[in-house]
Design a protein around this ligand. Structure first.
Ligand code: SF4
Length: 188
């Protein structure tokens, strides 16, 4: 089972239209983390790998993004999910607060199945909202599939607004006035 806070389809968490999985649980506790509501595992719902795979297939997207929370604290089922995703011909973008040097063997196996990895703790003193896919300048983008380099070559502030009949959701780094009274998530 995997502990999932939310899933959504988005275009700002990696290249192209992606199925994004927000995992619950993170013990890294970066000062200034904007996703504190995801620190506690109990904020998420236990979800079977097969159920996530069904959602991924139904989403008709070209890839899957893991974010959180800390995806690499999910355990072996994340490796199983990753293998199935790759067998479907989809790629994986992984946001993690870990540096590669810190990973255990299981975490390395998950990283090895990911085409792009954004690594490192969020460092409040190095905050920069004009970086692509990173919240602070110490974080790194590691591209393991050379064909994707073109999508990660420019730095830019990104905001995605999802409007439904009942709500507006702001993803990425919206200006403060847009955050008021709205649900918003910020990447690592
Ligand atoms: S920024 Fe990411 S790694 Fe750091 S505490 Fe928040 S969720 Fe965890």
């Amino acid at each position: 089972m995997l502990t999932v806070y939310a899933t959504e389809t988005s275009e700002i968490y990696g290249h192209g239209k992606r199925f994004v999985i927000w995992f619950s649980g993170c013990t890294l506790r970066c000062k200034g983390c904007m996703n504190k509501e995801l620190w506690d595992r109990s904020s998420g719902k236990e979800t079977a790998v097969k159920d996530l795979l069904s959602q991924i297939i139904d989403s008709n997207t070209k890839g899957v993004t893991y974010i959180g929370g800390e995806p690499l604290q999910q355990g072996e089922d994340l490796l199983i999910l990753s293998k199935h995703i790759r067998e479907l011909g989809l790629d994986i973008v992984l946001f993690t607060g870990y540096e590669l040097e810190e990973l255990n063997e299981l975490q390395k196996s998950i990283v090895n199945l990911s085409s792009v990895i954004i690594t490192g703790r969020y460092d409040e003193s190095k905050r920069n909202t004009y970086l692509t896919h990173r919240g602070s300048s110490n974080q790194r983008i590691i591209i393991q599939d050379e064909s994707l380099e073109q999508f990660y070559s420019e730095e830019a502030r990104q905001v995605e607004i999802i409007i439904t009949e009942d709500s507006e959701t702001y993803l990425g780094f919206p200006e403060d006035f847009l955050n008021d009274d709205n649900q918003s998530k910020e990447r690592h």
